[in-house]
Design a protein around this ligand. Sequence first.
Ligand SMILES: Cc1cc2nc3c(=O)[nH]c(=O)nc-3n(C[C@H](O)[C@H](O)[C@H](O)COP(=O)(O)OP(=O)(O)OC[C@H]3O[C@@H](n4cnc5c(N)ncnc54)[C@H](O)[C@@H]3O)c2cc1C
Length: 410
Amino acid sequence: MRFDDIIIGGGLSGLLCGISLAETGRKCLIVSQGQSTLNFSSGALEFLACEEGVSYEQALKSLPGSHPYSKIGAEHLFVLRAEAAGLFERAGIPMRSDIRCNHWRITPLGVLKPVWMSLSEMTFFSKKDLPEKILVAGIKGFLDFNASFVASGLSEAGVDAKVCEVSVRELDELRDNASEFRSANLARALDGYAIDRLAEAINAESPEVDYILLPAVFGLENGKSVERMLSKLDKPAALIPTMAPSVPGIRLQKLLKKRFVALGGTFISGDNVISAEVNGGRIDSIRTERHGDTRFLAENVIFATGSFFSNGLKATPEEIFEPILHLDVDYSGSHGDWFNEDVYAVQPYLSFGVKTDDSLRVSLGGKTLENAWAVGQLLSGSLPLKSGCLGGVSVLSALYVAGQIKLAAQ
Ligand SMILES: Cc1cc2nc3c(=O)[nH]c(=O)nc-3n(C[C@H](O)[C@H](O)[C@H](O)COP(=O)(O)OP(=O)(O)OC[C@H]3O[C@@H](n4cnc5c(N)ncnc54)[C@H](O)[C@@H]3O)c2cc1C
């Protein structure tokens, strides 16, 4: 089977790369082994953790040359940030962002966190314009969202935050079994009139507040339930991510996959790429576990397999390696140097990833492969938690690589 482009990994970076390529009519295949980290993410994407009033351009100057953003370059990143907004829009995913600087979302602990793009139902505050009186509405018995945590965090930021707990009879059956009372199951039960009654219960608690916050447990498949919920509330309102699984993250994954397939892309899920054949400095084909001897041939191969969490990288006490082709990996020291025993300290292993040149082409035995690229969390050099560049690296590296492939094909 022959494709223009094969993408290994169907998380945020693989899907966006595939969509961008398929939008120009290229024949693309995505092979994805398992759940991506989108299923655990907040639904808000971080570009860089810079303070209010600091522009991205200023913040980018402090990054080392090995960071993926430094390889892409500030000017390119500016264009790609605009491109990303359009791509999400066309996939039916309304995201809010400011192309130049961060806005602030509220975490499940009530802490304000800087973000680049967030789903339109999430908070989009500047630190200066926080509402004065907020009602945080929890759901009775739902342990993955603690309204009191959110309220106490907000109180520290000077907000007058009040808490209530509400419910509707559609949730009673689920509540009997604590392991069933999880965000994705709540989202399945909260539909139609159940939403209207939940909104009524919250409205009854909110006469004296300016704003309402509630857990993100609406709309697994699309944003209709979210719109219904927010439109039935008497006050402006927003959703806050819960503990995993993340309903907004699952929805993002589903809608991006749907867009890729609608553009004619082929998505093979539950299969694992196990090898790739290299000839003359190029990858000719890949093989997967389930398809046995079938060779998938392509002009370009993009590795979007994520980091340790998704098996894009693996570690033994002796080495860190990329499991499909043993691509060159950037890491240093021996086992004891890879992590810090203080869990709150910067963890060196988070910056490990496959080695790339400035165009994000990968290398094997020190030689760059002409038609093979890496995108997303698999890339080295990003220290995602310290610099707060998690989803941004995935989105922008994916569009950067897709752009180069499209340009070369013109
Ligand atoms: C728990 C958690 C929460 C996060 N929350 C946020 C957040 O709120 N905001 C934010 O901006 N970022 C967040 N991130 C960062 C997140 O990693 C990125 O935002 C982004 O989603 C990563 O996408 P990716 O495509 O690079 O990798 P992944 O999401 O890791 O996707 C890689 C995919 O490749 C597949 N794969 C791996 N090996 C193979 C193989 N051999 N064959 C086939 N498929 C394979 C995996 O199964 C997986 O589906 C979070 C990360 C984690 C771990």
